[in-house]
Design a protein around this ligand. Structure first.
Ligand code: PHB
Length: 357
């Protein structure tokens, strides 16, 4: 039998009813980093996804780099997320929280005037999104060797709070040019200590963070996201195919619930990305593999039928189609997302997209 997006899938501890995953989507609707009741409505509406991965969520104050992104580092955050996990569970959904530290993709405005932190003092090209509009990225402060255990502890603590909030698991965000990705790639990591240089050294922080999160949750409730071909947030690496093949081979030993790979996007190719062939990583990785990156239904089915992936995550399609699974099943027309309401705002363009009737 050929598997499709509608074939159930064992992902770590969970049997998902389908392979249509809601990708993590930043929506910037959490004032003071605290999730709202409106967010509970939004996630409940999308609970028919095989798995929801929440929007990226800051693990500490230092981890923040955008206005109104949610956090998971206080008791208030836990209480607010509990309403969201309950809402999703009431609809028989499964939801993992994405754990996020932005590293250098931030601005002193978020940190009482202090510099954002990074593996090395290298400013990304581009601008930060702040409460005072777009502002040029600053040169970050390189984390001292002695500070790295505290970064691991931020992940551990956030993972514990995610458990208290009733999530079914967590996804470690090591993609898209944020802190853990900054450590992996040599365009942003030029350290000369045991966290820079060789693949082994650049992988060290991700290894330690993953171990800490697995210690809290058990490997069968932990996913991890990488973007090997990504150029977003001014990322580059001298040999991404060799680097990410090494990383994926190392990750095999954790036996995680899943690995989530962001495929090369058109924008990466425009920016001259060295594209890492998914098939190479598929061959190197022994566990459950999720892919995403502008897939439509046909390409999703194909990736699964070809054995390139076990499940497919959909981002923009999930913004506008809370009932994406039902629409795919019926081959129904899809609502078009309104990009002007992606980031910030109210229920408009958030919880008011129509369901199929
Ligand atoms: C964003 O807010 O633009 C954003 C956040 C997390 C990502 C990618 C983009 O992984």
């Amino acid at each position: 039998m050929i598997n499709t997006l509608f074939t159930p899938l064992q992902v770590g501890a969970y049997t998902l009813p389908n392979r249509i995953i809601m990708a993590p989507l930043t929506r910037m609707r959490a004032p003071q980093a605290t999730p709202t009741d409106l967010m509970a409505t939004y996630y409940r509406q999308r609970a028919s996804a095989g798995l929801i991965i929440t929007e990226a969520t800051a693990i500490s104050p230092q981890a923040i780099g955008y206005p109104n992104i949610p956090g998971i580092f206080t008791e208030e955050h836990v209480a607010a997320w509990q309403k969201i996990t309950s809402a999703v569970h009431a609809e028989n959904g499964t939801v993992f929280l994405q754990l996020w530290h932005v590293g250098r993709i931030s601005h002193p405005d978020f940190h009482g005037g202090e510099l954002p932190v990074a593996p090395s003092a290298i400013a990304p090209q581009g601008q930060a999104v702040t409460f005072n509009g777009m502002q040029a990225f600053v040169t970050p402060r390189a984390l001292a060797l002695e500070e790295l255990p505290s970064i691991v502890n931020q992940y551990r603590y956030a993972a514990q709070l995610a458990k208290a909030a009733g999530f079914d698991g967590v996804e470690i965000h090591s993609a898209n040019g944020y802190l853990l990705d900054q450590f992996l790639r040599d365009g942003s990591n030029q350290r000369t200590d045991s966290y820079g240089g060789s693949f082994e050294n650049r992988y060290r922080l991700l290894q330690e963070v993953t171990q800490a999160v697995v210690d809290v949750w058990g490997a069968d409730k932990v996913g991890l996201r990488l973007s090997p071909s990504g150029t977003f947030n001014d990322m580059s690496d001298s040999d991404p195919t060799a680097l990410f093949t090494y990383v994926v081979e190392q990750l095999n030993s954790f036996n995680l619930a899943y690995l989530h790979l962001v495929d090369a996007l058109e924008s990466d190719i425009r920016h001259g990305a060295k594209v890492v062939d998914l098939a190479v990583l598929r061959a190197a990785y022994q566990g459950c593999l999720l892919v995403c990156g502008g897939y439509d239904q046909a390409r999703g089915h194909q990736a699964i039928a070809d054995g390139l992936a076990d499940a497919v995550a959909y981002g923009e399609l999930y913004i506008a189609n809370p009932d994406l699974v039902g629409r795919f099943k019926q081959n129904a027309p899809l609502n078009k997302p309104d990009a002007s309401t992606y980031y910030g705002g109210d229920e408009h363009g958030y919880t008011d997209y129509p369901f199929l009737t």
